[in-house]
Structure formats: structure tokens, C-alpha cells
Design a protein around this ligand. Structure first.
Ligand code: SAM
Length: 284
């Protein structure tokens, strides 16, 4: 296969900038540009799109996103050591790579993404992957500023994201993601693809926002799913006791009191969240 660009191989970039991977920053780098190109392509057609990338590191995925035609990449990186390496990519693609040194949990991504179509594509640092995802999917504003998420997670987290009722991995994350997005696993990536190799297999997940998810407050949905899945194998009449009159809530939501959290589809949890919210307002 031909090279995706004329920049140096990533191993040379790591050496030149002394980028020894740090565990505390979740640094498992992808050095195969054909693989990063595959991840970029899993994000769909990038022409005219601003891509927000969290954790570009030495820039393997960043290079693929630019080579695949993203109008612009906004790359948010916490590790100061990577900035000089990223500057070299920015020089190769004038005006198309904006490097933001900072913590992705703290920056205002919607503002950085600008006004046009935006997408988030990233090989996420595993230590902040779930809070980033719940921030994007549980955003106050919907539809969100992005039209798709293409993200690398540990396989076990990916399974929780795409899980539905009856799946072992079904829980709070599956309800939140299933409520607002269509989610699927695009492909798996084995440990050996990373430097250093993690202990587990990873998966690229694609989430597409639903234009009109059932109306519900994120906070209410989080409250009821936390109670229900906190005791996932107990009947709902038992597990929801911490929310007040469990029997009344279940009746208002049209759910059988003897059912268990792991069997309830997303629309059942939305009904429960709305019933909880209504009961709270009445008692206030
Ligand atoms: N994208 C690169 C690749 O695929 O080779 C690196 C991916 S590595 C799994 C995660 C990257 O996220 C690292 O470069 C790390 O320094 C960065 N990072 C870790 N925590 C971060 C945070 N809170 N905000 C922004 N970047 C972070």
C-alpha cells in the first residue's frame, strides 16, 4: 500500500520528540498509518467536515484524517511533549490543523468545532473515555454540535455502549447511548496494533445521533437507571425503592413491578424517568 503522506514514519516521530508512552495519560499509540486510515474512513466522508480529535499524541490518526480530506482537524492534546510533533503535521497541511493544548474534559468543544458540520473521531485515552462519551451523548443541547462519533474503546466498554435488553453488558451506558444514538461496533483492533500493547482487545464504535429521541431529562434518566441497574437482578419494585413509591412509579410508567432492569428496553426507562420527574414536581 502506498504511504498516506510524505511525513516521517511514526516510529521516527516518537524517537525525535522523545515520546515515551505514559500510562497515566492512557498513551497506547497507533503507529500503522493504514490502520489509522481505516479508522478515519469509518467516520464516513470527511470532505467539508471539521473533525474534533481528542488525544492526537504523535498524530497517526490526525494524519489519516487530513489525508482522507477533513476540511479541518481540531486536535486537543494534554501532553505538552506531543505539541512539537503535531506542529510538523500542521506545517504540512497549512490552515487545516488547529492544535489545542489542554484537557479534553475541560475545553469547550462545541465552540472549537465552529459552525459547520462537525464530527468527533478519536483513539480515546482509556482513563477518560467513558466520561467524555457520556458528556457528548448526555449533552444539554440536542441535536448536538456533532453529526457522528467514531471512537476507539476497550472492547468491554464498546459492548456496554451497543448493548440492549437481555445482553449481559446492558446497563446505564447502553440506555443513555441507545436513547439518543444509534450505536454499532465497526471493527475490533487487537492489542498488537498499539505501542505499547494494552492487555485487552479494543473496538471502534460508531454512534449516530437520533434527530428526535423520546423527550426526557438526562438527569431523570440517569437517576432511574442508576437505581434500577444498581440492583440489576432484583425486581424493579425492589430496586426502585430508593426513588420513593416504586409501585406508583412503575404503574405510571406502564411497567410490570416484577420485571428486572436488564429486561427493560430504552423506551421503558424513558417512561420511568418521566414518571419520576412528574412525581418529584407534584411533591415539591
Ligand atoms: N491518537 C493517538 C494514536 O492513536 O496513536 C494517541 C491515542 S492515545 C490512546 C490517547 C491520547 O490522549 C494520548 O496522546 C494522551 O496524551 C491524550 N490524553 C490523555 N488524557 C487526555 C485529556 N484529558 N485530554 C486530552 N488528551 C488527553
Amino acid at each position: 500500500m502506498s504511504a498516506i503522506d510524505d511525513l516521517p514514519p511514526l516510529r521516527d516521530v516518537l524517537r525525535k520528540h522523545d515520546l515515551i508512552p505514559k500510562k497515566a495519560l492512557g498513551q497506547n499509540f497507533l503507529l500503522d498509518l493504514n490502520l489509522t486510515a481505516r479508522i478515519a474512513r469509518a467516520g464516513g466522508r470527511l470532505a467539508g467536515v471539521t473533525v474534533v480529535e481528542v488525544g492526537p499524541g504523535p498524530g497517526g490518526l490526525t494524519r489519516a484524517l487530513l489525508a482522507e480530506g477533513a476540511a479541518k482537524v481540531v486536535a486537543i492534546e494534554k501532553d505538552h511533549r506531543a505539541i512539537a510533533a503535531l506542529d510538523e503535521i500542521a506545517a504540512r497541511y497549512p490552515g487545516r490543523l488547529e492544535i489545542v493544548e489542554g484537557d479534553a474534559l475541560e475545553v469547550d468543544m462545541a465552540r472549537l468545532a465552529g459552525d459547520g458540520p462537525a464530527r468527533i473521531i478519536a483513539n480515546l485515552p482509556y482513563n477518560v473515555a467513558t466520561p467524555l462519551l457520556t458528556g457528548w451523548v448526555g449533552a444539554a443541547q440536542w441535536p448536538p454540535f456533532w453529526d457522528g462519533l467514531t471512537l476507539m474503546f476497550q472492547r468491554e466498554v464498546a459492548e456496554r455502549i451497543v448493548a440492549g435488553p437481555g445482553d449481559d453488558a446492558y446497563g446505564r451506558l447502553g440506555v443513555l447511548c441507545g436513547w439518543r444514538c444509534e450505536a454499532r461496533i465497526a471493527f475490533d483492533v487487537g492489542p498488537q496494533a498499539f505501542t505499547p500493547p494494552p492487555k485487552v482487545t479494543s473496538s471502534v464504535v460508531r454512534l449516530t445521533p437520533r434527530p428526535d429521541p423520546l423527550p426526557c431529562s438526562v438527569k431523570a434518566l440517569e437517576t432511574v437507571t442508576q437505581a434500577a441497574f444498581g440492583q440489576r437482578r432484583k425486581m424493579l419494585r425492589q430496586s426502585l425503592k430508593s426513588l420513593g413509591d416504586a409501585a406508583a412509579l412503575l404503574e405510571a410508567a406502564g411497567l410490570e413491578p416484577t420485571r428486572r432492569a436488564e429486561e427493560i428496553p430504552v423506551d421503558g426507562f424513558v417512561a420511568l424517568a418521566n414518571a419520576w420527574e412528574a412525581a418529584r414536581k407534584t411533591s415539591a
